[in-house]
Design a protein around this ligand. Sequence first.
Ligand code: ADP
Ligand code: NA
Length: 330
Amino acid sequence: MSSMTTQGKCIVRGSINHDEYFFVDEITKPGETKSSKGHASRVGGKGANQAVAIARAGGHVQFYGTVGKDGEWIVEEMKGHGVDVSGILVGEEPTGRAIIQVSDDGENSIILFPGANHSDIHETHKASATKWFPGATHLLLQNEIAFTSTVESLIVAKDEGLHSVLNPSPMFSKDQIPRFPWEKVDWLLINEGEGNALLRGLSSDPSSPDLSETSIIQKLADIPAFKNTNIIYTLGSQGAMAYIPSLHSANTFRAPAAQLRGEVRDTTGAGDCFTGFFVAGIMQLDRYTIGKEDVERLLEVCNQAAGMSVDRPGTIDSIPTQEEVVSRMA
Ligand code: ADP
Ligand code: NA
């Protein structure tokens, strides 16, 4: 991994939001009206965050998402972040929006309106196209668009020979988990809460207690649908674990979190930063046979990138570049 100029192209089919921040002394209580001490509008949504993280990590990334007529500035910002925005469609509904109150002591309270993210115009437009993902080598999905859009995109991507990456965040509902085509996922990226929810959703014993991280990953690996799925399990301040079935023996290993320079400032988007750097990394690895050292080194890079996003404020703004990560690791 000497050069991070990736050869492939990753398409992110996901969410894009107008995140609207209101800075208040305390979160408003029912019936209360208060003035905001400040206001900011930023690009958000897990799909957009992860696309920007791929770009910062040096990967070629195109975004497939839907905004409303009010979303022109968001498309411009994404372009400024180095993302190919030619796949963004403008729909009838308004752009997805998050109304975020941030209090003086750092607490927040969020209202999420999915808006155009739940539109399926991408899938209906493409029904007549010869290819949904021309020129792409990888598809990255989350779970902030319509379930049917995620499922259809995954199925078509595998038909078109792409590598698929899924970060099911937030986790699918109890009804959706058993219906999801998990066997089509080449790389599954989950955090601890998602790992536990997924195992409960797929096991016959839905009441099982939260398990240790090693048992979670082993139990998921035992599920037939995950026979060929690489699983990356992020563990917050404990770093991350990997399960790589093709490695046979010693196929499960961990990488400790990065040493933070400062204190934990803002963990929002740490997982998105990790995911983006991970995808940019596998866009290189997939050209070769994957070795344990490659994945270990990649996890180290991702932990470092995510750690840097944690000790700086902001979400998209706190995602470091590949150069910053490499120089911090030197
Ligand atoms: P999510 O943000 O999706 O909940 P995690 O909490 O597992 O996911 O965090 C993702 C990654 O961010 C971790 O694998 C780790 O690299 C980094 N990270 C998160 N919290 C910390 C922390 N307190 N110290 C250092 N690194 C952290
Ligand atoms: Na941050």
